[in-house]
Design a protein around this ligand. Structure first.
Ligand SMILES: [Mg+2]
Length: 209
């Protein structure tokens, strides 16, 4: 049975699409107010991608104007979510797992911490770790947690929607993984377990009766 859970935040505990205005409304308006140097159509497409892809990757792909980026990044580093967010309908499957739960999420710390607060779930977790992807990654954070808390890898289940991040790094460390893939975006990705929702999570954790 798994007793320790490393859990992703974005599009695992809640879905960005169901919370678009609370999460992105103010950012969209800010981005409209600066010169990104891209067409209206590209801006529309970039906004769609921001819901599922880290902002800096989107900025690179759509070639946001370099001169504008320091202002944008400073805005992102200081923004936080101030309106309540809605956890996913499946969140109860995570909440009801028995054991120690850690959120491991990538992004800007103030923003990620404010999401946890606005989701009203902070008390469900032992710790929240925000990974700065410019200097680290989730693999290093998983290793740090294992070391710091003297955890046994066999007791751990990693839960997330990113086949290229938490799932891949988890498997590389020999940890059991559960890939949440509601839109079947990663049909060929490796994962110990997978689901289009979290209804089989307790079985994957060995906690179903
Ligand atoms: Mg995610």
């Amino acid at each position: 049975m798994k007793r320790i859970f490393f859990i992703d935040l974005d599009n695992t505990i809640y879905f960005t699409r169901q919370n678009e205005e609370q999460l992105m409304g103010e950012l969209y308006r800010f981005l409209e107010s600066v010169d990104l140097g891209i067409s209206k159509e590209d801006f529309r497409l970039a906004k769609q991608e921001m819901l599922r892809t880290p902002f800096l990757k989107v900025a690179e792909k759509y070639r946001f104007k370099k001169e504008t980026m320091p202002e944008v990044i400073s805005h992102l580093q200081n923004r936080f979510v101030t309106q309540p967010l809605k956890p996913s309908d499946d969140y109860h499957y995570i909440k009801s797992l028995i054991g120690r739960k850690f959120i491991v999420t990538a992004g800007f710390p103030k923003q990620q911490q404010s999401k946890v607060k606005m989701l009203g779930i902070a008390d469900d977790f032992e710790e929240v770790h925000v990974v700065d992807v410019s200097t680290s990654n989730k693999k290093k954070t998983f290793e740090m947690l294992i070391d710091q808390h003297q955890l046994n890898k066999d007791d751990i289940l990693i839960i997330g929607d990113d086949a290229e991040s938490e799932i891949k790094f988890g498997l590389e460390l020999g940890i059991t993984t559960f890939l949440l893939d509601p839109e079947n975006l990663h049909p060929n990705a490796e994962s110990t377990f997978r689901g289009s929702d979290l209804s089989s999570l307790h079985a994957a954790a060995g906690q179903s009766n």
